[in-house]
Every structure is written in C-alpha cells, then in structure tokens.
Design a protein around this ligand. Structure first.
Ligand SMILES: [Zn+2]
Length: 339
C-alpha cells in the first residue's frame, strides 16, 4: 500500500482493475514466507535487502518472475498470496479485481488445477467478506509456450468452470507465433462461455492490435493496447468501437515501453475518446499499485477526479462479471461520488 495513502485526491476514488497477474502480485514478505515454509532458498537475484524485486530488462523480468513463482508449492500458498493481494488492493480503494492465472504455472508446479482453483475461490469469498472486494479469475495462456500447449491449457481450463472463472486470454511474448495460431485455444474457451481479452499492442505496434482483433473476434478488450497511439486511424477506430483498454502505466514505464512517464500513451488515448481502464499488471515488480496508477493518471496524464470515476465505471462495465454484481459495485461507486 502507498505509504501516504489518503494524501492524494485520487485516493478517495473507488477503483477497479482488469489486469493483475496473480503470481506477479506477490509482496516480497509473502514470497519470503512461502519460500521459508516450503524449505526453499530464494536464489540470489530475486529480491534485494530492501525487498525489491531485481530485474534488468523484459527477458530478465520473465526469468525472475519464474524463479519467484517456483516458491509457490501448495494450494495454501495460493490462498495466502491471493488473500494478501486482495487485502492490499482493497486498502487502496479497490472494489473489483480480475486476477490472471496460468494453468501452465500450476501444472508446472505439479499441482492439480482443481486444488489451486478451490484455494483461489476460497480466498475470493474470504476477501469479499473481510475487505469488501469482488474478484474474478481470467485463465491465461502463455504465448511463447506455443499454440499446441495453449490448446492443452484451454482444455484444462474449461474442465474446471466456476462462476468466478469468467475470463480467458493470452500473455507472454507478443512476437511469438501469430494471433491466428491461438484461435483454436480461444474457440475452446469462448465455446465454454469464457469472455476473452488478449495482451496486444504492448511490445508490438498497431499491426499487432489489428491482427489480434481480426484473427480473434471474440476478444472484447485490449491487454495494454497502448502502442495503438502510433496510428491515429486505429485510435479513432478503437474509440468508436468503444473497445476497452487495460492500461498499466507503471508496467509500461518500468519496462520502457515509453521512454518517459510524460510520453506514456494514457493522455493521448484518453483525449481521443478511448475507453480507458487502469491496472497494475505485476505491481511489486514495477514499484506500483492500483492506487499509484490512479495517481499517475492525475499527476502525469492530467486527468481529473471525475475522470477517474469514469475510469472505474469503464472497468466495471468491461469487467467479466454477472449483472447483479456489476449493479451492486456501480452503486458503491455512485455512493462514493455523491459523498
Ligand atoms: Zn500483463
């Protein structure tokens, strides 16, 4: 949580995020706790003395991410790290979170998918009860593991459906294969009733976004999508089609998708009328949090507090949740705005 939470006008706005990789949300003290409990010595190069994650560039980030994830061994670990994250996000005003989980990570750990999902579902119920935050799960395939693997992961995902498991998407290296190569996996998910998004337009430019939307028509939102800014015609089209963007400024700045915070696409996309939502991606890795992303929108992109309310409503409208839940969360946003 932000050390001076409450000191900024953005802090009082209720928040929602559609893009937080569960294994990327692990707070360093929790990671140390899980490692100790599982008898694992964290390798050098994962955390420094101040509990910062250590990485140098995107490939190194993926390596450190995998090293850290290896400390997760049991469903109880998943329960603890999920509840911890949901508490932290709720403390900053988070009402709604979509957590991205990869069947591949779970299967690599030798854990049964059902055991992991049962732990997440319990954590989601307990977080609602204790912290008032609502959560849904998005099953995530890892693009650089290849299309064949993605079909296996999609099949495993749809064998374990639950009302909290509502989303499906792909993450990982954006230049691995083509979007069309993942159509079979997306078809499996969409036929099972999962709603779809995709990481696109983060590392590659406008063509990647166009290709993704053309090859995967079930994709409703853009994971990042920020490089659309390089193509005004595409920005105009996305604004007109009201395709929601899952914008993660802290991640983009840490990974140097944009050279400086001031050059980040948020302001340009907002001014062009795009449907913007804000999210923290892998918050401790990028020294960010959902609260910090909302502050960034004001301090760097020049948005107003009323704009932030619009952003939260955008996220709730675009969230993969049932209508009763959406209506209840919208009422909490309206009550906050009226207060
Ligand atoms: Zn992501």
């Amino acid at each position: 949580m932000l050390k001076d939470f409450g000191a900024h006008p953005a802090d009082r706005v209720p928040k929602a995020e559609l893009h937080a990789h569960l294994e990327g949300t692990i707070h360093a003290p929790v990671l140390r706790k899980l490692a100790a409990r599982n008898g694992i010595t964290l390798p050098d190069g994962v955390l420094d003395d101040q509990d910062n994650y250590l990485w140098t560039d995107f490939n190194d980030f993926l390596k450190v991410y995998d090293l850290a994830t290896a400390a997760i061994k049991t469903p109880e670990d998943y329960y603890d790290l999920t509840l911890d994250y949901l508490e932290r996000v709720a403390m900053e005003g988070g009402l709604y979170v979509e957590i991205l989980v990869s069947p591949d990570h779970v299967l690599n750990l030798g854990m049964a998918l059902k055991d992991q999902l049962d732990a997440l579902i319990q954590a989601i119920d307990d977080a609602r009860e204790r912290f008032g935050v609502e959560t849904r799960i998005s099953q995530t395939i890892v693009r650089h593991y290849g299309p064949e693997n993605s079909v296996a992961a999609a099949k495993a995902a749809v064998e374990h459906l639950h009302p909290y498991i509502t989303g499906f998407q792909m993450a990982g290296a954006e230049d691995a294969y083509t979007p069309a190569d993942f159509r079979p996996a997306y078809d499996i998910a969409a036929e099972a009733g999962l709603r779809c998004t995709a990481h696109t337009g983060e590392w590659l430019g406008p063509d990647s976004i166009r290709e993704t939307l053309a090859a995967l028509p079930m994709v409703e939102r853009l994971g990042h999508g920020v490089r659309a800014i390089q193509d005004p015609a595409l920005v105009k089209e996305l604004a007109e089609r009201k395709i929601p963007f899952e914008v993660c400024p802290g991640s983009n700045i840490a990974l140097k998708v944009f050279p400086t915070p001031e050059e980040h696409a948020l302001k340009g996309l907002w001014d062009a009328g795009c449907t913007i939502t804000l999210a923290s991606d892998d918050p401790p890795y990028f020294h960010t949090s959902l609260g910090a992303e909302y502050r960034f929108a004001v301090d760097v992109a020049g948005l107003s507090v009323p704009d932030l309310y619009t952003i939260t409503r955008n996220a709730l409208n675009a969230g993969f949740m049932d209508e009763t839940t959406r209506a209840a969360l919208m009422m909490r946003v309206s009550a906050s705005e009226a207060a």
